[in-house]
Design a protein around this ligand. Structure first.
Ligand code: NAP
Length: 361
């Protein structure tokens, strides 16, 4: 099924465009077939400057996504209206700014945690719960907004739920234990001071374990009568910051209904395909899960950037699927925290919304 192509690229605004995730948005959108960046916005510190001055570009590819001369604005929907807004704001400012854009009619695709657990806000990963996008109707009715907020989960939850979803569908997930090794880029820029992270592991990331435990249940839940009934799965997370630039690694043990053999679990992961693949959305990886056979994979340095064009960094890597003496089966997974876990996730959500006719132009 090929999705409808817009006649002209749809103008979008990027909020928080100067940050770690904002830069990923700008680079990703520079060559996007459906969307083009019209406005860039950030804090009052950056407003009024050219993007090239306000933003210390830290990515490869064309510097500033070719937008170095575009003026950065303050986050004000009356100054820069757009049908689609991508938000890479911190949670604090997002609480006020994202509703202002939704009230003004924009569909806001947010990375911030501010509204993720709100009962009328979709926490969306198109491979996992594409039907949760319908919560937008409930939200508009409840809040009397012409626009809406659609969130993507925390980067750690995103890559975890990508591996759990096919197992939940095939067998039913009962319990999950996950220990994470999270990249430093997950803390924004400049993030953890180098003297705290080099040759070191920091066994605490504020609020992260709670996010992984609750967001996963919401995403694996079902939409019934206009509300999400969370999955009954128990999730326990232990989160660690490690000296890796990009790519969250997670050691996962799962208890599945019927206690399937590791070979059956591996097959369910390997053969999984879902809505973005069927709809051929531009940022969808050909396979959402790449199953590795070598015992030393996946590794952030070797695997995290896998993929071509818009699908680069969008697949989740799984390896070492084997018997767990405690919960039944265990494996190692890896996902790109600022692409699959942030900018790429929001762009894929917007592609799904467009393909489902939910963007008003
Ligand atoms: P970051 O590098 O610190 O960037 C923050 C951005 O927000 C900057 O553009 C900054 O603009 C802007 N900003 C700060 N205060 C503002 C205000 N009062 N009003 C308007 N704009 C303001 O952070 P990040 O890592 O990109 O994270 C952005 C969001 O994505 C956060 O909510 C984070 O939790 C989430 N997220 C991050 C990751 C990741 O792996 N990094 C993954 C998933 C989700 P100035 O430059 O003008 O200060």
């Amino acid at each position: 099924m090929t999705p409808p192509q817009p006649r002209q690229r749809i103008p979008v605004t990027v909020l928080g465009a100067t940050g770690v995730v904002g830069q990923r948005f700008v680079r990703r959108l520079a060559n996007h077939p459906w969307f083009r960046v019209d406005h860039l916005a950030a804090s009052e510190r950056s407003a009024g400057q050219r993007y090239g001055e306000a933003c210390a570009w830290r990515l490869g590819g064309e510097p500033h996504g070719g937008l170095a001369d575009l003026e950065v604005r303050a986050c004000d929907p009356s100054a820069a209206p757009a049908p689609i807004v991508f938000s890479a704001l911190d949670s604090g400012p997002a609480k006020e700014i994202e509703p202002a854009y939704a009230r003004a009619g924009s569909l806001v695709f947010s990375n911030a945690s501010a509204f993720r657990m709100a009962v009328d806000v979709p926490l969306l990963v198109p491979e996992v719960n594409a039907d949760h996008l319908d919560l937008v109707d409930v939200q508009r009715e409840a809040r009397d907004w012409s626009g809406a907020i659609v969130t993507n989960p925390n980067c750690t939850s995103t890559v975890l739920v990508m591996a759990l979803a096919p197992l939940h569908r095939a067998f039913g997930v009962e319990k999950v234990f996950v220990a994470t090794m999270q990249a430093t880029s997950g803390a924004g820029y400049p993030g953890v001071p180098s003297l705290d992270i080099l040759s070191n592991v920091v066994p605490h990331i504020s609020g992260e374990e709670e996010k992984v435990e609750t967001e996963t249940q919401k995403m694996l839940g079902t939409l019934q009568m206009g509300r999400i009934v969370p999955a009954a799965a128990t999730v326990s997370a232990m989160c660690h910051r490690v000296p890796v630039i990009d790519g969250h690694t997670e050691a996962v043990s799962v208890q599945l209904r019927g206690n399937p053999a590791p070979e059956e679990v591996a097959e369910a992961l390997r053969t999984w395909s879902s809505v973005p693949q069927e709809m051929q959305l531009p940022s969808a990886p050909t396979r959402p899960i790449l199953l590795h056979g070598e015992p030393s994979r996946p590794q952030p340095r070797l695997d995290v950037e896998y993929g071509e064009g818009a699908a680069q960094g969008m697949a989740v890597h799984v390896g070492r699927v084997r018997r767990c003496p405690m919960l039944g089966v265990k494996f190692t997974l890896l996902g790109h925290n600022t692409e699959r876990g942030a900018a790429g996730a929001s762009v894929l959500n917007a592609e799904l919304a467009h393909a489902r006719g939910r963007i008003s132009l």
